[in-house]
Design a protein around this ligand. Structure first.
Ligand code: C2E
Ligand code: CA
Ligand code: CA
Length: 622
């Protein structure tokens, strides 16, 4: 604790000294002055560490205060002796200016200084005091004790206030940081990082909000076709770039006020106002066309296409975001199934389809165990001689709940899950088992694209054929163009291996896909099966007849067998003979029949001349 005394009269200094000695405990107060004043009730301030600085000249006292401030060793109290010839006013003014917390005690012999005047100079009032001389030790001791204590408390308070304001500042900064982080987190929670478009969550939220407003609006799901192919062949960076560019394109064509969101992978959600189905479908078609342009991605020219499904939320009623999304998705699936690169409007039947589908899916899983599956066999005959060269194996599923279910329905469903492998393995085993008893005919087994792409597709077949003890020549593998052209290089490799091992391979449903002559030449094949609908149209449409003729010519040019399936009339047979198809298959010769009937037919080796039908519809349901 430091005290400053400015008094012109050195004799007075002694009086101060004495007082302070009492304070410091050097002198017994009893020996000195009236003990009452000094026996302070509260010791409080540590007066033992008192440091007193004396000055006789005002200016040097002021300088002392300045030093104390600079060195951060401030005075608690300054006693300033006042006499007529001194410029006290100026000093106290300067001292106060230098140190706002110093307690000023003016010691005068009379009241020549008016308090208001001093206050304006050296205020505030609670830091300025008057002692009317002559000063006594008791007074000095008392006032020093009181002011020192107060000064210390003030200082502690000031320190606490500074600490507090620092804490507040830190807290404020913390809060500000939290706010930015929260903002960022909120952005991340609602926006996709790749495209910066709203994500699924934000999209559903927007749908909900839009649903509460009046007016019709459309919800669409748009998905890139065969995006996986881009990702696999050009890498994920290219895939990302395709997504980004697609998002930009969509944003540029979406009607004003609409929203483009990235829902997942290569799937986008669109929300826009639409007056009705037609308007919504038109917008979606425009979106599909816009995304269908070719783009440059990391130096590659990439051709992308997209499919879309759209549903219009009615003026009133079903406007639940999740329902709308599901319906848009159903329409999208329908678009994908119908050949991609197009937009589809949602229709209620799609919802119905989904219900059947679920039932089929769950039933199919138990079909084998319950013995609900059978294999039927339909002969394939040489054109002209009607010698049976093989049988196509066709699966049948009969359930107590639904009756017979067509493979046209359940195979595509199984194909979307791993169930197809279980069914396929079962079909292959049954088919080989049946063929074992035939004199020489092959069994022609259908494999769906997913089966064809399965790991170890070839190995699995080899194993089953070996286990059945059958010559590979007697297994014909039917695959569709889709299975091949999704990944032509791998397919070519697989087909080559199969042919090397002696298996027969034919391309099923030929004429509907994208096969080019070039592609066909690359693949090791034994034959083509002309898509049934062309045979069906043979006698009615000039176009079908032309297609059939050119497929036959193509097959011959490539030294391939050409099998016409779905042959039902003699007229068709005549036309097919003229065209030069090598083999025929259809109801005209035989319906698909059970293993026993097939065995008998195989033993006979021939079907009756067209007209005499073998088998019946009864087998179909058997
Ligand atoms: P697909 O491979 O094109 O099989 C030929 C289809 O034509 C069979 O239909 C057959 O019953 C039918 N068909 C045969 N002759 C005639 C005819 O003269 N007229 C008409 N209108 N149709 C005829 P199905 O048995 O209903 O099979 C439908 C599809 O299901 C098959 O088409 C095939 O893609 C698939 N499938 C059937 N069995 C299997 C199987 O075991 N595995 C796999 N992966 N797919 C199978
Ligand atoms: Ca087939
Ligand atoms: Ca076919």
């Amino acid at each position: 604790m430091r005290l400053l005394i400015m008094d012109q009269d050195p004799a007075n200094h002694d009086a101060y000294q004495r007082s302070f000695r009492i304070l410091s405990g050097d002198v017994d107060p009893e020996d000195c002055l009236d003990g009452e004043a000094l026996s302070g009730e509260e010791p409080g301030v540590d007066l033992v560490s008192l440091e007193c600085v004396f000055h006789v000249v005002g200016d040097s006292a002021v300088e002392e205060v300045q030093r104390s401030v600079v060195t951060d060793s401030p005075f608690a109290v300054a006693f300033v002796g006042v006499s007529a010839d001194l410029d006290v006013k100026e000093w106290v003014g300067r001292i106060r200016e230098l140190d706002p917390s110093i307690n000023l005690v003016l010691v005068a012999n009379d009241r020549r200084l008016s308090p208001p005047e001093l206050q304006t100079l050296a205020g505030p009032p609670d830091k300025i005091f008057y002692l009317v001389g002559p000063t006594e030790s008791a007074e000095i001791v008392q006032i020093t004790r009181a002011l020192s204590r107060r000064w210390e408390i003030d200082r502690e308070l000031a320190a606490a206030r500074t600490a507090l304001s620092l804490q507040v500042a830190a807290l404020e900064q913390h809060v500000a940081e939290l706010a930015t982080n929260e903002g960022r987190a909120r952005h991340l929670a609602s926006y996709d990082t790749l495209t910066d478009a709203p994500n699924r969550l934000a999209f559903l939220r927007a749908l909900g909000e839009r649903g509460r407003q009046p007016g019709m609006f459309a919800v669409a799901a748009l998905d890139l076709d065969r995006f996986k192919l881009i990702n696999d062949s050009l890498g994920h960076l290219a895939g990302d770039e395709v997504i980004r560019q697609t998002c930009r394109t969509l944003r540029s064509v979406i009607p004003e006020g609409g929203m483009v969101a990235r829902l997942a992978g290569d799937e986008f959600g669109l929300l826009f106002d639409a007056a009705g189905d037609e308007a919504a479908a038109m917008v979606c078609e425009r979106m599909v066309v816009a995304t269908g342009a070719s783009m440059r991605v990391l130096g590659h020219k990439v051709q992308v296409s997209a499919s879309a499904g759209v549903v219009v939320a009615p003026e009133s009623g079903a406007r639940d975001p999740v329902d709308l999304m599901r319906q848009a998705d159903l329409a999208l699936n329908d678009a994908k199934r119908s050949g991609r690169n197009l937009a589809r409007l949602f229709e209620p039947r799609m919802d119905e389809g989904i219900r059947v589908r679920r039932a089929v899916e769950s039933g199919l899983g138990r079909a084998i165990a319950r013995g609900e599956l059978t294999m039927l066999f339909q002969p394939i005959v040489a054109n002209g001689s009607y010698e049976i060269v093989g049988f196509e194996a066709l699966m049948r599923w009969y359930t107590d709940e639904f009756g017979p279910i067509s493979p046209g329905t359940f195979i595509p469903i199984a194909e979307e899950t791993d169930l197809i492998h279980e069914l396929g393995d079962w079909a292959l085993i049954q088919s080989l088992e049946a063929a074992k008893g035939w004199p020489e005919q092959y069994v022609s087994v259908n494999f769906s694209p997913r089966q064809f792409r399965r790991q170890n597709f070839v190995g699995n077949i080899v194993e089953r054929v070996q286990r059945a003890g059958i010559d590979p020549q007697r297994l014909q593998i039917e695959i569709t163009e889709t299975a091949i052209f999704d990944d032509a290089e791998r397919a070519a490799d697989t087909l080559y291996k199969l042919r090397q091992m002696g298996f027969r391979v034919v391309l099923d449903d030929f004429g509907t896909g994208y096969s080019s002559l070039d592609n066909l030449r690359k693949f090791a094949l034994d034959g083509l099966k002309i898509e049934r609908s062309f045979i069906d149209g043979l006698e009615r449409e000039r176009e079908s007849a032309a297609i059939v003729r050119s497929i036959v010519q193509l097959g011959r040019a490539l030294s391939l067998e050409v099998i016409a399936e779905g042959v039902e009339t003699r007229g068709q047979v005549a036309l097919l003979r003229a065209a030069g198809a090598s083999h025929l298959q259809g109801f005209l010769f035989s319906h698909p029949i059970g293993a026993n009937d097939a065995q008998a037919l195989a033993n006979a080796g021939f079907v009756d001349r067209p007209g005499g039908l073998v088998g019946s519809m009864a087998d179909e349901v058997a």
